[in-house]
Design a protein around this ligand. Structure first.
Ligand code: SIN
Length: 507
């Protein structure tokens, strides 16, 4: 059965819902989501959304911080768009009904690592993502937007190189579906589930990125995966982030011996850039032979922790920890993919009619290391601009003439229980030639898993495709920069590597 739409959006987080809402005036919009509507990274985002709206702040200062965090690889034009358009997009979200915390009528602005100003707006304390997701989901329940949940996209259809629609599977019925539209937006978020330890929900398997690649789009910056320093670490505990905003309020990391250690690693101490904090924690864990370090919140004086961080407080209580009096066991976990489907600043990929927004996309705005809370903001800034060009005749972004044209290798499909462990061990916080090469051989097999109409099999194939490219990108970049740390090439090498890597599929 074929059905026609003006636009198909794959993914139901902030990127997908915002684009659907903003574009519904152009014609019928279909949103496909493989879980239920609120199964997305957005709903788990705690810290907030960055915008230079404070009296002592400016977009230029926000831009400077974004560039500094990105370790020499930020696309400055894209970052300028992000930082200058951010305040207007906050106004849009407020118009949709997002209630940012404003005690006494003044917007509360939190502080996170590597920001030189307090500029992180939040809602419900540490429930910013959930507040945005709930608000946009309610708004999207409107004529003109059809949302199909438990429906997984399995292919982007093209004709003459341009997008014509999406192939999907209704997971409940096990039935194949075909939808036609002249424009498709990939808004499927990130890929934390490629790793054994992550702050992401289980839908974050990178499928949209792999689908775009298979449809001919270019992917960029795949070697840059951000590991959040402080995920809760406890036996049998589910993935759970302990927001950087907790350190922004004064909490301090301590090693197994109870010593505060970050001052010994970076002048910004506990609020140093994430890659530095994550590696410092790994070094402390290794030295002590421990599985975690501790986040001591008892030193966050004058902060009502239960009120400021209600979700974290409740989670810790559920794990038997009162964060007001006891330290929280934490360790790094996979958090955010800086790379993704290469787009221009209007969400255009290199395939006409195919767009990407949010974590699945790569405008180059984050470079080698994302500044905290720029991720929610990029979704609405570049989502708005994507909608601006949906009315035009579809045309793709320019291809990168230096793209690495990548063949599809052969190889058997092994069982999938070890993919995450493989990525964690060999493409995690520290990488080396030997480990990456070993992992690459195995990931290639996953990419060749047989297609079957179940979510698990589809995810396995797409995770294999993305893992293979991430490993290749990490193997090729023989230096350390931002979130990509090679133990065999520990220095940044600007002479050879002040450039981005782009992949395009060969025949
Ligand atoms: C956090 O709350 O620590 C995460 C925010 C982000 O990743 O931008």
């Amino acid at each position: 059965m074929k059905q026609d739409y003006r636009l198909i959006v794959i993914g139901s987080g902030i990127s997908g819902l915002f684009v659907a809402l903003e574009s519904r005036k152009l014609g019928p919009v279909l949103v496909l989501t493989k879980g239920s509507i609120e199964d997305c990274n957005t709903a788990w985002a705690q810290g907030g959304i960055a915008a230079a709206v404070g009296p002592l702040d400016s977009p230029e200062q926000h831009l400077a911080d974004t560039i500094a965090a990105g370790a020499g690889l930020v696309d400055v034009a894209a970052a300028r768009v992000l930082c200058y358009e951010a305040p207007s997009r906050i106004r849009d979200l407020v118009e949709y009904g997002v209630a940012f915390d404003s005690p006494g009528g003044e917007l509360a602005l939190g502080r996170e690592a590597a920001h030189s100003r307090a500029r992180v707006l939040h809602a419900g304390g540490d429930q910013t993502g959930a507040a945005i997701e709930t608000t946009l989901a309610a708004a999207a329940a409107t004529p003109g937007i059809t949302i199909l949940d438990h429906t997984i996209a399995t292919g982007i259809s093209t004709a003459g190189g341009a997008v014509t629609g999406v192939e999907a599977v209704d997971l409940a019925a096990g039935e194949g579906l075909s939808f036609e539209a002249p424009a498709v937006v990939i808004a499927t978020g990130g890929a934390g589930w490629l790793y054994s330890h992550t702050t992401n929900p289980d839908v974050a398997t990178g499928d949209g990125i792999a689908l775009a690649y298979e449809a001919g789009a270019e992917l960029a910056d795949l070697e840059f995966y951000q590991f959040h320093p402080t995920a809760f670490r406890g036996d049998g505990a589910p993935p759970f982030l302990i927001s950087e905003a907790v350190r922004g309020e004064g909490a301090v990391l301590r090693n197994a011996a109870g010593e505060a250690f970050m001052a010994g690693y970076h002048p910004l101490g506990d609020l140093a850039p994430r890659d530095i904090v994550a590696r410092a924690i790994v070094a402390e864990m290794r030295a002590a032979g421990s599985e975690n370090v501790f986040l001591d919140c008892t030193v966050a004086r004058g902060v009502d922790l239960a009120a400021r961080f209600p979700a974290i407080f409740a989670f810790c209580q559920g794990q038997g920890i009162d964060m007001r009096s006891a330290p929280i066991p934490v360790a790094p976990a996979a958090h955010y993919l800086m790379g993704g489907v290469r787009t221009d600043t209007f969400g255009r990929t290199t395939v006409p009619g195919l767009f990407a927004v949010g974590e699945a996309a790569c405008t180059g705005v984050h470079g080698a290391n994302r500044l905290a809370s720029n991720s929610l903001m990029e979704t609405v800034v570049f989502g708005k601009r994507t909608v601006e060009c949906l009315g035009e005749a579809p045309r793709g972004a320019e291809r990168d003439p230096r793209a690495i044209v990548d063949g599809v290798d052969g190889g058997p499909a092994p069982g999938h229980g070890t993919l995450q462990a493989l990525m964690w061990d060999f493409a995690g916080i520290e990488r080396s030639h030997e480990g990456l090469e070993r992992a690459l051989g195995t990931a290639t097999g996953w990419a060749n898993s047989p297609a079957r109409p179940t979510r698990e099999w589809h995810e396995l194939r797409e995770m294999g495709t993305l893992a293979r490219l991430m490993l290749k990108a990490a193997l090729l970049r023989t230096e350390s920069r931002g979130a990509h740390y090679r133990s065999d090439y520990p220095e940044q090498d600007d002479r050879h590597w002040a450039r981005r890597q782009v992949f395009r599929r060969g025949n």
